[in-house]
Design a protein around this ligand. Sequence first.
Ligand SMILES: NC(=O)c1ccc[n+]([C@@H]2O[C@H](COP(=O)([O-])OP(=O)(O)OC[C@H]3O[C@@H](n4cnc5c(N)ncnc54)[C@H](O)[C@@H]3O)[C@@H](O)[C@H]2O)c1
Length: 268
Amino acid sequence: MFNLNERVIVLTGAGGGIGRATAIALAKQGATLVLTDIDAAAAAETTALADAAHAAGGKAVCIRHDVTSSTDWDDVFATVQSRWSRLDALINNAGIMITVPFLDLTLEQLRRQLEINVVGVFLGAQKAARLMIESVRTQGNKPSIVNLSSVYGQIAGPTHTGYGASKGAVSSLTKGMAVELAPLGIRVNSIHPGPVKTSMLAGAIHELASRGRMASGDKGFAQVAKGHPMGRSAEPEDIAAVIAFLCTDASAFMTGAELRVDGGYTLL
Ligand SMILES: NC(=O)c1ccc[n+]([C@@H]2O[C@H](COP(=O)([O-])OP(=O)(O)OC[C@H]3O[C@@H](n4cnc5c(N)ncnc54)[C@H](O)[C@@H]3O)[C@@H](O)[C@H]2O)c1
């Protein structure tokens, strides 16, 4: 039920943070991986780590890919089609966060977040779904699309208004796609992490510290950790495990779900 042997999975933003941890988790479950990132060198490093973690030896390929580019997406899926003729999961993980108070948020900053976090998900999911429909017909598989949203797609956060708008849109896209794609055999769910210890969180802490809104560096991380009933922030592996679950048949009856994975952060 939790096995991903012979499953072909495309993962974006694989070069770091949650993406890298997810690649390793999926490799351990036996998946065949297409790991993409705008940072080709980082994606290549993740590919080597995933291959080393794979029970049956290397099964990952990496592709440089900007999720805002429709032609880049076509190249990714052309590789999938020509090599495996099946697609079992797409994980829309690539994303950016620009931490800035609403009154200082520029149109360019808002557009950049919408372009990567929303348009990127739309492009990938639509093109993946077309391939998955064919895959269901020829292989009888049960494909899954997993979209990385955030708790800030559900609640407000100071300095997160633009980012929150993009992640709220990811939730809405997910639900709409879940309804339309369910009859075609494709599941679509979103994951909503709280703060996760990656370079994205480090950047936000740095930005907020420079505005005098929180402590910097390790003290800033400790301050964030204290906001959790569980007493710690998420490690990337905490999120990777839930993403992996949504790729397996163990989640076969889940679609349109918003999975909050935040150690109780939003309960307080
Ligand atoms: N870290 C957190 O606290 C947190 C919390 C909630 C949700 N998330 C979401 O989880 C996802 C992963 O975040 P992370 O913390 O691992 O971030 P990260 O910054 O560590 O990694 C993001 C990856 O996306 C890649 N990327 C950026 N723009 C891209 C583009 N245009 N095309 C392709 N790749 C691109 C980067 O090169 C990087 O490797 C994001 O969607 C983020 O919004 C993160």
